[in-house]
Design a protein around this ligand. Structure first.
Ligand code: HEM
Length: 442
């Protein structure tokens, strides 16, 4: 197969005779090369964008002047073969890497061309002789330009290939996201239909007068009420994730007392925990907690979500087993190098730990994605959006959230952090602060 240089030479009509002519005039051209380098760089340095590529200043230009002379000498060196082609290609490639646009290389070649015409005029006053040399010089400059531009083509191809791969990856991610969305829709429709069916069925029973006693009627209405509450929870989750996705989740961040939030939230899961004979413990009960920067409503929502999950995913104890347990803990993290947004005051870390079914290590990141529920979680119902919403809310409040193994490798520990209010930093004795890694306020 013809190489690129062979093809170009054929296309340009570059013959052995041209090669011989160039070799002939080489020695006579050498004395002009320092002048070529001077003119070349004084002209291209005028370019408004030149400062971008000539960051090395005069020293760089002095070096480049020498390399340009070397390159120009090569024009009359006589090889014009594969090694010549590779070397000239590499010169082009260095320009691609240095960020010189192809159009500037093309127009700079015009400077070289004009310069050599002048040299030839001086060296060969007789126009017929000069014309033969001028044609050979013109061909070799065209050849060099093509070789340099070839490297731009390759670089563009590489970029395109990389872009294509990125696109393909994005496409795959989109397809995956759309698949999860479809699954989510199927799941959520089912989840919405279940309480709706109860509401419709039970109210119809009552309306049709099919209940025998007022007590039975009240029982049904209680079921209607809890189904409606459940339905409202699902709808709220869907609305929340929609708002977060659209960037329209407005938070009202203020100094918030976590004690107040814990005391008003933990009791909300007392009944469901008691129904499963779970031990529910607020281990922060006797500790003084510092104020945090948070949206109180959303803080409560996150805590309630974690507590409800813990209760939901902790099975009632079997006969010979100790009862399941759900506990809430809190501790202060000092983070001296926290970003300014966190005012460097540290964080309050709240943990909800259970002895439940746990989440396999490889699923821990995934469960924070929207529309994803750990496989074992599906049979427990719910929107599957709780953790995704919690993560976004905690992050919007300047904190982080994560999952770890529960105690003794059993169950799950979910933690989240919230930045301390600025007035707390001064109050805390250094000894009460715990150092953490610089990455996540875990
Ligand atoms: C016909 C046009 C040009 C020729 C023949 C030429 C020639 C050369 C040569 C021989 C080198 C050394 C390459 C090496 O070390 O392998 C070089 C490097 C360089 N040239 Fe050019 N050049 C041209 C156009 C331009 C233009 C228009 C600019 C800027 C606007 C430019 C900026 C540079 C820079 C920044 C380097 C250093 C690259 C590096 O450090 O790797 N050149 N040039």
């Amino acid at each position: 197969m013809e190489t690129f240089i062979q093809e170009m030479k054929r296309y340009l009509g570059f013959t052995e005779e041209d090669a011989a002519l160039l070799r002939q005039i080489g020695p006579r051209m050498e004395k002009y090369l320092p002048e070529l380098a001077e003119r070349f760089y004084s002209q291209i340095r005028q370019h408004p964008n030149a400062f971008r590529v000539f960051g090395g200043g005069d020293a760089q230009i002095a070096r480049l002047k020498l390399t340009l002379q070397g390159w120009a000498k090569g024009l009359f060196g006589g090889g014009y073969d594969q090694p010549y082609s590779e070397e000239r290609y590499q010169v082009g490639y260095r320009h691609v890497r240095a960020g010189v646009e192809q159009k500037y290389v093309i127009s700079a070649m015009g400077i070289v061309r004009a310069f050599f015409s002048e040299c030839l005029l001086l060296e060969f006053p007789a126009s017929d002789v000069r014309l033969r040399y001028a044609r050979a010089v013109s061909k070799i400059l065209d050849l060099d330009l093509n070789l340099m531009c070839e490297s731009y083509m390759h670089a563009s191809m590489q970029n395109l290939r990389a872009l294509n791969e990125q696109l393909e990856r994005a496409n795959r991610d989109l397809a995956e996201a759309s698949r999860s969305k479809d699954e989510f829709l199927a799941q959520i429709s089912h989840e919405l239909r279940t309480p709706l069916n109860s509401i419709l069925g039970f109210t119809k029973l009552v309306l049709d007068g099919l209940t025998k006693t007022p007590e039975e009627e009240r029982e049904l209405l209680r079921d209607v009420f809890s189904s409606a509450q459940h339905l409202l929870g699902l709808v709220n989750d869907i609305l929340d994730i929609g708002r977060i996705e659209a960037g329209r989740m407005a938070l009202h961040v203020d100094d918030v007392d976590p004690r107040h939030v814990l005391d008003s939230t933990v009791p909300l899961v007392t009944i469901p925990a008691a129904e499963k004979d779970l031990e529910l413990r607020d281990e922060t009960h006797n500790t003084e907690l510092p104020l945090v920067r948070a949206d109180e409503v959303r803080f409560r929502q996150v805590l309630l979500n974690l507590l409800s999950n813990a209760v939901k995913f902790t099975p009632p104890a079997a006969a010979d087993q100790p009862p399941g347990r759900v506990a809430v803990r809190a501790r202060i993290l000092h983070k001296p190098d926290a970003p300014a947004a966190h005012s460097g005051n540290g964080f309050l870390r709240i943990e909800v730990v259970d002895t439940g079914i746990g989440i396999p290590e490889e699923k821990r990141e995934e469960v924070f994605e929207k529309f994803v529920q750990a496989p074992a979680g599906r049979r427990y119902g719910g929107s599957g959006l709780g953790l995704a919403i919690s993560r976004r809310l905690v992050e919007l409040m300047g904190g982080a959230i994560g999952l770890e193994n529960g105690e003794d490798g059993r169950g799950t520990l979910v933690w989240f952090t919230l930045p301390l209010a600025s007035k707390e930093a001064a109050k805390l004795p250094p000894a009460s602060r715990e150092k953490t890694s610089t990455r996540a306020p875990a």
